[in-house]
Design a protein around this ligand. Structure first.
Ligand SMILES: NC(=O)C1=CN([C@@H]2O[C@H](COP(=O)(O)OP(=O)(O)OC[C@H]3O[C@@H](n4cnc5c(N)ncnc54)[C@H](OP(=O)(O)O)[C@@H]3O)[C@@H](O)[C@H]2O)C=CC1
Ligand SMILES: O=C([O-])CC(=O)C(=O)O
Length: 272
């Protein structure tokens, strides 16, 4: 039986939900949870209750020595790529990443590639809240002409973002466009909301050529991702209406399931 010892980076909405799904899965043992120094003791105490009988350690860094995990799964935020994913890759530990918008920062994509090369390993950018990445990345082989993405969330999903500079999100009465531009700018300006734009770009025609529109829409309850891609392969359009996590309305539950799916694909006899 294939098994993996996993270090989970981040124990917020996604991390907790992944932990909850996997805690009784013998093939996928979450051995370490990487959190900030300020939260470490509290998380360790909580794990004592959540995971009685399991040896899960709350740590502030991914161990790269004797106690190294087989795999690092990032579900924390953009800063975690520099802090935890780069060193793990350089030490030869494969990583999965959901905070893909971080790769919009100058030089970070190249640093990730170099670290993975140095460690002779791979970083897997997960599909997260969106679907069709397999088709888009395959279509890229023959050449893509355009990829256009629209992200639409209920107004409260945009709280704490630059959308608040121009919109009264708590009192919005109609669907309102507040960002139109490149995926690079979207990912930089909306680090907790536009990872999907970056994912589509990296699978498709890049962060500067992927066009993005973002809407706050009081008529919807889901986080809606819609994109169209045109190229030598033909045409595709995807609509994904993702239910938000109760613990974080910015994040679609599908992101959690995409992590679990990727992990299952590493250990189950049949990968799909
Ligand atoms: N690819 C995709 O489709 C999607 C990607 N995402 C990405 O996933 C991230 C996490 O989402 P979600 O779980 O909903 O967010 P939450 O805010 O609920 O949780 C994030 C957790 O990660 C912790 N954290 C942040 N930075 C670090 C770090 N450098 N090291 C260790 N822990 C850290 C935070 O701790 P603290 O509070 O102490 O900072 C917090 O507990 C988002 O920020 C976004 O980048 C989200 C949705 C979709
Ligand atoms: O979870 C979602 O629906 C998408 C999201 O936040 C992101 O792209 O960062």
């Amino acid at each position: 039986m294939l098994q993996q010892r996993i270090a989970l980076v981040g124990f917020g909405a996604i991390g907790r939900a992944v932990f909850d799904i996997l805690k009784n899965e013998p093939r996928l043992q979450i051995a370490q949870i990487i959190v900030s120094e300020a939260r470490r003791e509290a998380v360790q105490a909580e794990l004592g209750e959540l995971a009685a009988g399991m040896a899960v350690q709350a740590l502030t860094d991914v161990p790269v020595g004797d106690d190294r995990p087989d795999l690092v799964v990032e579900c924390a935020g953009h800063s975690a790529i520099q802090a935890h994913v780069l060193p793990a890759l350089a030490a030869g530990i494969p990583c999965m990443v959901v905070s893909i918008g971080a790769l919009s920062a100058p030089g970070l994509a190249e640093q990730l590639e170099a670290a993975a090369d140095k460690g002779r390993t791979q970083v897997h950018l997960l599909s997260g809240a969106v679907g069709g990445i397999d088709a888009l990345a395959a279509a890229k082989v023959a050449g893509l002409d355009s990829v256009v993405y629209t992200g639409r969330k209920p107004p409260l999903g945009w709280l704490g973002t630059p959308a608040e500079d121009t919109l009264d999100l708590r009192n919005l009465t109609e669907s309102t466009l507040f960002f139109s531009g490149s995926a690079r700018d979207a990912a930089r300006l909306f680090p907790k909301n536009a990872n999907v734009a970056a994912t589509l770009s990296l699978a498709g025609i890049g962060l500067d050529n992927t066009r993005v529109e973002l809407y706050a829409d009081p008529t919807v309850k889901e986080n809606i991702h819609y994109y169209e891609a045109q190229g030598a392969f033909g045409f595709m359009a995807v609509t994904l209406k993702g239910k938000p996590l109760a613990s974080n309305p910015k994040t679609s539950a599908l992101t959690v399931y995409s992590v679990v799916r990727a992990l299952h694909n590493r250990v189950l006899p049949v990968a799909i």
